[in-house]
Design a protein around this ligand. Structure first.
Ligand SMILES: [Zn+2]
Length: 569
C-alpha cells in the first residue's frame, strides 16, 4: 500500500509547493549569514527575486526556490551580512580625489614620476595631471638631484612637457609643479615670493618646482580658472566620472549605500538624472549644503525619497559645520585646550544660521545633520534641536543628527537619548585621533568626554558608523576594527572601556545607519521584503582574532540582487 501512495503524495506535495513558493533569480547557499534582524538570526541561505529578499533559511529550504534560470552562488561557508552603509562621507569629493593620483604610498620620487608618466599617456595635451598625498620623508632615498631634500622639476617636466602637473603635499601646505605649470603660473627667476609663502629655488635662483604655503596660490589660481572655463558638457562629463569612481570605490569596499554630507542642488540635480538613467552605482542619501535663500527656494522641489528605484533620497540638510577640528584646535569646547590654553576652539558657522536651517528643515520636512565635534558645539546643537522639537510638538519622528560627536559633556549624554538625536560617529577616528587627543584635552577630560562610543550605546544613544571618506579611506573593516579594538598604530589601546562589541559595531554599520536615514524598513538587515543589498566577506569578522579583522577582503557586493563587485583574486 505504501508503495502505491508515496508517488501520489509526492506529486501533491510538489504541486502545493509550487503554488506557494516563488522562484528566485538569485540564491546564496552554504553561507554563514548574519541577518542582524531583531533576534540576531543566523541562516545559511537566502533567495532573491528582483531587487528584494524573498526567503531566508537553510540550504534545503532555499533550494526549493530555484529553477533552471536561477543563479546560485555557493558562499563556501563565508560570512554574508547586510550591505554596509557608509554613514557619513562626501561622495563627489571622494570621486574627485579618485580622479587624481594617490601618492601616499610612493616610496620614491622616481615612482611618482612613473605614475605621472602613465597618467600623461592617458591624457590629452593640455589636460591637468593632479596628484596628492606625497611626503619626502616617506621616500626610501633622497631624489637625485635634490635641494633641501626635495626633487628638482626636470625629471617631471621631461615626461610631461605639454600637461601641467600639480602634486599636493600631504600636509596641505604646498604644491609641486612642473615647468609647464610654472610657465602657466608665470613663475620664473624674477618672480618674487608672495607674502607668507616661498617659491623654493636652488643656489642659482631657479625655481625647483616646490611652492610652499601661500606661493601655492599662484598655481591654484591658474587651475581654478581652468576649471571655471570648462564647458558645461566637459564639466558634466567630469562629474559623471566622479560619480562612477566613487561608486566603484564604495562597491569594492562592500558599501551598498552612501550617506553624503553636504552637496549642492546642482550636484543633486545631476544625480537625479543619473538615477533616472539607472546610472547610480550605489544608493545615495544626500544632505543639502547651500545658502539659506537657495534652500528656501528649492528644498521643496528637491525633496525625494527612494527616487529611481530606491537609489536616491534627498531629505536632509547638512553638513554645515558648527565648529572646527580637534587636530587644529578648532573643535569648540566648553573649556580651553590644555596645550593651547588661550583658546576653546571656534564657532565656524554662526548659531543663527544653523537656527535658520532648522526652521527650513521643519518647514520642508527635512532632517538636520550638523557637525559638532567639541562638547560646546554638541551642547549648542542639542539646544537648537530641543527648542525646535518643543516648538513643533506635532512633528514626531525627528532623528536629527550630530555629525562626529567626538567630545560630549556627561550631562548632555542623556539628552541624545531623550531627544532621539543620533550621534554620527566614525569609529576609525578613535584610532586616527587617539595618539594626540589627550594632549589637546588632557587625560581626565579625554576619559570623561572623548570618543564615548561604548558609553553612548550603554546609555541608549543611537550611534552610526562610517569613515568620512575621503577624509579617511572608505574602509569599513578599518572602522569596524577600531570600533571593537581601539588599537592605535603603536599597539597601545585608546580608552579600552569604550570598545564596542562586534555585534554593536556591525549594528552601527547596518541597521543603525539605515535608521538614521529613515530606511530601516528597506535596509540594514537581511529579512524577507527588504532590498537584496548584501556584503560577503572572506572571514568571519564576528569571531576571527581581533588583529585579523583588517585583513578581511570583500568577496561579493550585491546590490538590489545584482552582483556589482566580485573579488576574483
Ligand atoms: Zn565630513
Amino acid at each position: 500500500m505504501k508503495n502505491i501512495y508515496f508517488p501520489l503524495l509526492f506529486i501533491i506535495a510538489i504541486f502545493s509547493c509550487n503554488d506557494a513558493i516563488d522562484t528566485a533569480d538569485l540564491v546564496l547557499i552554504n553561507g554563514n549569514i548574519v541577518t542582524m534582524d531583531k533576534n540576531n538570526s543566523k541562516a545559511t541561505a537566502l533567495a532573491v527575486n528582483g531587487d528584494r529578499i524573498i526567503a531566508v533559511g537553510t540550504d534545503e529550504e532555499i533550494r526549493r526556490h530555484t529553477d533552471k534560470e536561477t543563479v546560485i552562488i555557493d558562499l563556501k561557508g563565508n560570512l554574508a551580512i547586510p550591505g554596509l552603509i557608509e554613514g557619513h562621507g562626501h561622495y563627489m569629493r571622494l570621486g574627485h580625489t579618485l580622479m587624481h593620483l594617490d601618492l601616499r604610498y610612493a616610496n620614491s620620487w622616481d615612482e611618482i614620476v612613473d605614475m605621472v608618466a602613465e597618467a600623461v599617456d592617458r591624457s590629452k595635451p593640455g589636460e591637468w595631471i593632479l596628484g596628492w598625498g606625497w611626503h619626502q620623508d616617506k621616500w626610501e632615498k633622497t631624489p637625485i638631484p635634490s635641494y633641501e631634500g626635495l626633487p628638482i622639476h626636470n625629471s617631471l617636466s621631461e615626461i610631461s612637457p605639454e600637461n601641467p602637473v600639480m602634486l599636493s603635499h600631504t600636509s596641505g601646505h604646498g604644491e609641486y609643479i612642473n615647468a609647464k605649470g610654472m610657465e602657466m603660473a608665470g613663475i620664473n627667476a624674477e618672480t618674487p615670493n608672495p607674502a607668507g609663502g616661498e617659491i623654493v629655488r636652488d643656489r642659482l635662483g631657479n625655481a625647483i618646482g616646490m611652492l610652499r604655503e601661500s606661493a601655492a596660490q599662484l598655481i591654484d589660481n591658474v587651475y581654478n580658472e581652468y576649471e571655471q572655463n570648462m564647458t558645461p558638457a566637459d564639466l558634466e562629463e567630469q562629474h559623471r566620472r566622479q560619480v562612477a569612481l566613487a561608486g566603484q570605490e564604495a562597491l569594492e569596499n562592500g558599501i551598498t549605500s552612501f550617506q553624503d554630507m553636504g552637496s549642492s542642488f546642482d550636484e543633486v540635480a545631476l544625480l537625479k538624472t543619473m538615477a533616472e538613467e539607472g546610472n547610480l552605482p550605489v544608493r545615495l542619501y544626500m544632505a543639502i549644503h547651500d545658502p539659506s535663500d537657495l534652500m528656501e527656494e528649492k528644498l521643496e522641489e528637491f525633496r525625494m525619497v527612494g527616487y529611481g528605484n530606491n537609489f536616491l533620497t534627498n531629505r536632509c540638510i547638512g553638513e554645515k559645520v558648527l565648529d572646527g577640528a580637534l587636530g587644529t584646535h578648532g573643535g569648540w569646547l566648553l573649556e580651553p585646550y590644555v596645550d593651547l590654553p588661550h583658546t576653546s576652539g571656534f564657532n565656524v558657522t554662526p548659531v543663527s544660521e544653523i537656527e535658520r536651517s532648522a526652521e527650513l528643515a521643519v518647514k520642508h520636512d527635512y532632517q538636520m545633520a550638523i557637525q559638532g565635534i567639541g562638547d560646546k558645539a554638541t551642547r549648542v546643537l542639542l539646544d537648537i534641536y530641543e527648542k525646535t522639537f518643543s516648538e513643533n510638538p506635532d512633528q514626531g519622528d525627528w532623528r536629527w543628527r550630530i555629525e562626529h560627536a567626538q567630545v560630549i559633556h556627561p550631562s548632555d549624554l542623556q539628552r541624545f537619548k531623550t531627544l532621539d538625536v543620533i550621534a554620527g560617529i566614525q569609529g576609525v577616528f578613535a584610532c586616527s585621533d587617539g595618539p594626540w587627543v589627550a594632549s589637546r584635552l588632557g587625560e581626565d577630560r579625554t576619559r570623561e568626554r572623548g570618543y564615548l562610543w561604548r558609553t553612548m550605546i550603554d546609555e541608549g544613544v543611537r550611534i552610526m558608523n562610517g569613515t568620512d571618506p575621503p577624509v579617511e579611506d572608505i574602509d569599513p573593516m578599518a572602522s569596524f576594527h577600531c570600533s571593537v579594538s581601539r588599537v592605535l598604530s603603536n599597539g597601545s589601546v585608546f580608552a579600552p572601556e569604550q570598545k564596542m562589541s562586534r555585534f554593536q559595531a556591525l549594528k552601527s554599520y547596518t541597521i543603525d545607519n539605515a535608521y538614521a536615514a529613515f530606511e530601516e524598513d528597506i535596509k540594514g538587515t537581511l529579512e524577507v521584503g527588504k532590498l537584496a543589498d548584501i556584503t560577503v566577506l572572506s572571514q568571519d569578522i564576528m569571531s576571527v582574532a581581533e588583529e585579523e579583522i583588517p585583513n578581511t577582503k570583500v568577496l561579493y557586493t550585491i546590490l538590489g540582487g545584482e552582483v556589482k563587485f566580485q573579488n576574483t583574486n
